[in-house]
Every structure is written in structure tokens, then in C-alpha cells.
Design a protein around this ligand. Structure first.
Ligand SMILES: [Ca+2]
Length: 482
């Protein structure tokens, strides 16, 4: 070591202790809340906490009991990549230009664009994600401090650290799950399912919460932004057999609907995966499979909540639970799956709990999934992210009787690039299709959307008002185009 280097070292040794004291004194107690974002996939509001007593969702019920449930939260587009790109960017699908599952969000929004976790990371948060946050194929479009995507077999084989992918390989080792034969019986149904003999942690979704636990306390000096993305109840409805056993297919609800009401639903509005000729046994079996996948996902949420308890994080952390859109289970004479603008597909769960959130509350205030980004930014006290199109729901979170928006807007494509649009207000839901078809429902007296009022003279005034309001919203949304 030469003289200059020895002097530098001496200086460092003599200065560092003092500097450390100054730095410690200057470092404020972390005042920004941690964020735990939990995203399920193809999950509708048939949860215990939303009034579906037959669903077995004790952990989500517990989360809702200590937080605020939004009863009228709507996705902005009922398909995975489109919805996720929208709520992770805070922009409407018509503005992101991501309108299908094949478009790469990063390519559309640009190399420098900061998606939600990246924005928090840029503002000093330690970020960790696991599972399906951005749409599967494009999970690498978003950079994290840590990210991994569980593969069947449970091997942590494609880890991203420091925003860079390391050693990624798709497929993973063939695990027990892949080999586990379907256990169970029942009628053949058009949606794939499997009751496995696996332990939870041998399923990919069983890995998501478990992999994230270490990040709750990994960087004590920094607030965390942790996101858990569960693939269930997306098809295939795969879960360990014990979750199927929770649900007796014979008791699955298929409540009667007004006979013939579906004749008022225009053909273009039908969900692409409609099934009009299933037997009652087939319909009940699909619901059982779906509920099994939901209960399995719920159990994984429970692991995250238990860690919140164990580390006493509820007063310092914001927890959001949501889906990417809803899912039909045979309503309206045979609607299944997604890509419909009717209630079961467009409306989806949204629960907030933790720091500053009232306990055991519910609100009928309207929320759009595009509101997620500005709401979290607002609650965390971060500067507004440029170009955000949603509104902050913080006023509603502080006072569930407040409202943050007058309407909620959802679109879906039909026939290539023609757009069907839905507008939900406090009193009505209005759907307008590119072939001129229209649907109007009374959101208060007919929330299940059985009576289409669009052609009834008595409702002509409402129809006209909703048409004008939708045109205005469409214009406002598209004004955000780059
Ligand atoms: Ca989805």
C-alpha cells in the first residue's frame, strides 16, 4: 500500500464512525407504508366475504374483515394481459394499445416506462414479485429487485435479481405435480381440471407465497413492495384434492334465473366461451372445480396474512387483494369464462386493508382497476406518476361513504378491432356494441342484469343520458392517447 492509499484509509477509518452517526441520525424512521399486492387470476366476486356463503375462502374473509371491501370494482378489460398492462401502467387499454394477450406491454409503453413496481422501486422501495403479476409471457417486461416464476415441480429455476434475469429456463424440472394423475370423478366438462395428490407447496401457486416470505424483512431500512401473483382459479382448475373435497358438487348453487331473460341479450354480447347445453351435473361440477381452485388460492393468501401477523405489519403496510377480471360460471343461460361485459366478468374483487384502512367496512363507491396505481401512489405519499388516467381511491379508503368517481368504464373487443363498451354508474349499467346493440340495466334493483331496459320507452331518457355519458367517457379516456 503506498502512502496516498494509507492516508486515504486512515481518513476513512477516522471519518467513518462519525459519518455513520450522522447518517443514522439523519435517517428518518421509514414513514412510507409497505405495500403487499396480491393478484388472483380470473377470479369473480363469488367469495365468502362478498356473500357467497358456499365458497370456502376463510383467509380472504379475514382480510376483508380487517379492511375495506369494494362492492363495485370493475376491470377495464376482461382479459389477462390487457387488464394487467392497464392496472400496472395506470392507463386505459385504448391508450396502452395492449388489447390482446399477444402484445408485449414493454414494447408498447417503451423502455423507460415505469410500471407500478418499478415506480415504487425508483422511489426507494425494495421490490419483490413472484408468480403472475404481468401476464405470463411478459412477466419479464417488469423489472424487480427480486422476481421469480414458479414452475411445476417447485424448483426456483428462473430467478430475476437486481432487475436482471439470471439463469432463466422455462419448464422447470418435472415434479410430482406433473405426474400426479387426476383424482376424482364426475361428468366430462369443457374446462380442464385436476385434483392432484400434491402437497400445496408442490403446486406452482403453492410456491408463490412461500418464496416471498423472506422479503418481508429482507431490507429493514427500506419499505417493501411485495407482489404475489396467483394463477388460480384460472383454468386448468388444478388444486390438491383436499380443496375439491371441501365442495360437494351436489350442493353447488345454480339458482334459477328469470326464464328466457337471455333472449334480451344481443348475440354480440355473449361470452365467447358460452355453453348453452350443459346438464345440471356438468354445471355443478364446473363450479366445484372453480371453487376448489379458489380455496387453494385462498390458502396461499393465508400464508401471506400469517406473516403479516407474525411480523406485526398491519399498521405499517397497505394490503390490496384483487383479480384481473371476473369469470362466468354459467349465468344468463350459459355464459362461461371471460371477455364479456356483463357483471360476473366485468366486476371483480378489490379489498384494501392495513395502515389507515377502516376495519370491516364495505363501499358501493365505484372503482376501476386503473385506479390501483394512483391510489397506491397517493397512499404512499409518492409524487403522482405522469400520465396516470385512473383516480386515487384514497378518499373512499378514508371514508367509505365518499366517492372517487362517477362512473366505471370497461371495454372488450369483438370481431378483431371493434370495441364494445360498458359504463357503470351508481344507478345503471349501459353496454353499447359496434353492431348497434345496446343493453341497459338498473344497477340497484337488477344487479344480476336480467332485464334489458334498452328498448323500453319508459327508459328512453335514461338510455339517452347513459349514451351521452359513455360518449363523454370514451372521449376522455382516449384523450390520454400518446
Ligand atoms: Ca385473467
Amino acid at each position: 500500500m503506498n502512502l496516498a492509499a494509507r492516508l486515504r484509509r486512515l481518513l476513512l477509518v477516522s471519518i467513518l464512525p462519525g459519518t455513520a452517526v450522522v447518517l443514522l441520525a439523519a435517517a428518518p424512521t421509514p414513514s412510507r407504508p409497505n405495500v403487499l399486492l396480491i393478484v388472483s387470476d380470473d377470479l369473480n366476486t363469488r367469495l365468502g366475504c362478498y356473500g357467497a356463503a358456499e365458497a370456502k375462502t376463510p383467509n380472504l374473509d379475514r382480510l376483508a374483515a380487517r379492511g375495506l371491501r369494494f362492492d363495485r370494482a370493475y376491470c377495464n378489460y376482461p382479459v389477462c394481459n390487457v387488464s394487467r398492462t392497464s392496472f400496472l401502467s395506470g392507463r386505459y387499454p385504448e391508450v396502452t394499445g395492449v388489447l390482446n394477450n399477444a402484445t408485449n406491454p414493454r414494447l408498447r409503453l417503451g423502455a423507460d416506462f415505469q410500471f407500478l413496481p418499478e415506480y415504487f422501486r425508483a422511489h426507494g422501495y425494495a421490490t419483490a414479485g413472484c408468480g403472475k403479476i404481468a401476464h405470463g409471457t411478459f412477466s419479464q417486461a417488469v423489472a424487480w429487485d427480486y422476481y421469480s416464476e414458479p414452475q411445476r415441480g417447485g424448483e426456483e429455476d428462473d430467478v430475476v435479481r437486481d432487475g436482471k434475469q439470471k439463469g432463466a429456463k422455462k419448464g422447470g424440472k418435472k415434479g410430482k405435480a406433473a405426474a400426479a394423475a387426476a383424482a376424482g370423478s364426475g361428468p366430462a366438462v369443457p374446462f380442464p381440471w385436476q385434483a392432484t395428490t400434491n402437497a400445496d407447496e408442490e403446486e406452482p401457486d403453492g410456491q408463490v407465497a412461500r418464496r416471498l416470505l423472506r422479503y418481508f424483512s429482507a431490507q429493514p431500512g427500506k419499505p417493501f413492495f411485495i407482489a404475489a401473483g396467483f394463477h388460480k382459479p384460472h383454468i386448468p382448475h388444478t388444486a390438491p384434492k383436499k380443496y375439491f373435497d371441501l365442495h360437494d358438487p351436489a350442493r353447488m348453487p345454480t339458482p334459477p334465473e328469470p326464464p328466457g331473460h337471455e333472449k334480451d341479450i344481443p348475440g354480440i354480447a355473449w361470452a365467447p366461451r358460452s355453453e348453452r347445453n350443459l346438464t345440471i351435473e356438468q354445471r355443478r361440477a364446473i363450479i366445484q372445480h372453480y371453487y376448489a381452485a379458489v380455496s387453494f388460492m385462498d390458502a396461499q393468501v393465508g400464508i401471506l396474512l400469517a406473516e403479516m401477523d407474525r411480523l406485526n405489519l398491519w399498521d405499517s403496510t397497505l394490503v390490496v387483494f384483487m383479480s384481473d377480471h371476473g369469470w362466468h360460471l354459467g349465468e344468463h343461460g350459459g355464459f362461461y369464462a371471460k371477455m364479456s361485459l356483463m357483471d360476473e366478468s366485468a366486476r371483480a374483487p378489490f379489498i384494501v386493508a392495513g395502515r389507515g384502512v377502516p376495519r370491516g367496512a364495505a363501499t358501493s363507491s365505484l372503482l376501476e382497476y386503473v385506479d390501483l396505481f394512483p391510489t397506491l401512489v397517493d397512499l404512499a405519499g409518492l409524487p403522482l406518476h405522469a400520465g396516470q388516467q385512473g383516480v386515487s381511491q384514497a378518499p373512499v379508503i378514508r371514508d367509505p361513504a365518499a366517492k372517487a368517481r362517477e362512473s366505471a368504464y370497461t371495454i372488450v373487443l369483438r370481431g378483431g378491432n371493434k370495441i364494445g363498451r360498458a359504463l357503470h354508474t351508481a344507478t345503471h349499467t349501459y353496454l353499447e356494441w359496434p353492431d348497434g346493440s345496446r343493453q341497459l340495466y338498473d344497477a340497484v334493483t337488477d344487479p344480476r342484469e336480467y332485464a334489458n331496459l334498452a328498448s323500453q320507452a319508459a327508459h328512453a331518457g335514461t338510455l339517452q343520458a347513459m349514451t351521452a355519458l359513455l360518449a363523454q367517457r370514451t372521449e376522455t379516456v382516449n384523450r390520454g392517447r400518446p
